[in-house]
Design a protein around this ligand. Structure first.
Ligand code: BEZ
Length: 224
């Protein structure tokens, strides 16, 4: 998907999918066979890109993603990896990770040699690299709505606690219609949606919430 940016010498600029929009569908070749994003409808999907196979930071990240896979499965989340490498490179790297680090890679990895998916999702940031995807994480909900996006540069590996925290935050926000304060972790209090009328604002302090101000109230969630 390209648009013409008239301000910058008519050079095509990728349209990056935005939060709240439907995640663009695609078909792709992966290490687990052909997949179509829409086949995962009904599950959460984390689509993440890495710059290149057989590189050190990416190797640590792949092991780290593999280690949180069980936790993600419990949360109905499917991981899908991607880089602009061939299927044979992916297979060789996955086998090497197993051999050297004893870790199985349980998720499909897209071989995006023609950059089709990377372009569709705006994973190429030319200031970083014109040939490799940056480190993106797209959180896609079961209705295929894009719910959160995280970008990291080539030289900083991602934090798996944050990946899990974002999933927990989005799923909890959906379930209880609440919002999450800074540094929220599961079990912490959550933010009650602010009132939208002056009467409701007046009432807020009598509703049993932790009351900081009329627009900032917190509550405990029921423990499972
Ligand atoms: C890495 O994974 O170590 C890496 C990949 C691409 C550029 C720089 C570092």
């Amino acid at each position: 998907m390209m648009v013409w940016n008239m301000e910058e010498k008519c050079e095509p600029k990728p349209v990056i999918p935005r939060i709240g929009e439907t995640a663009p569908d695609f078909e792709a070749v992966t290490t687990k066979g052909k997949i179509k994003l829409s086949d995962y409808r009904g599950k959460w999907v984390i689509l993440f890109s890495h710059p290149a196979d057989f590189t050190p930071v990416c190797t640590t990240e792949f092991v780290a993603f593999a280690k949180i896979n069980d936790e993600l499965t419990k949360r109905n989340v499917q991981l899908i990896g991607l880089s602009i490498d061939s299927l044979y490179s992916h297979i060789a790297w996955i086998r090497r990770i197993k051999e050297k680090l004893g870790v199985d890679i349980p998720f499909p990895v897209i071989a995006d040699l023609d950059m089709k998916v990377a372009t569709l999702y705006g994973m190429i940031h030319p200031g970083e690299s014109t040939t490799a995807a940056i480190r993106c994480v797209f959180f896609i909900d079961p209705e295929m709505t894009l719910r959160a996006v995280v970008y990291y540069p080539l030289n900083v590996g991602r934090n798996m606690d944050e990946v899990l925290r974002v999933v927990d935050a989005l799923q909890t926000a959906d379930k209880y219609k609440v919002a999450m304060p800074a540094n929220w972790r599961p079990g912490d209090k959550v933010i009650v949606p602010p009132p939208t009328t002056t009467d409701a604002a007046e009432q807020r302090q009598h509703e049993g919430f932790e009351y900081i101000d009329w627009f900032l109230c917190k509550k405990e969630l029921p423990t499972k």
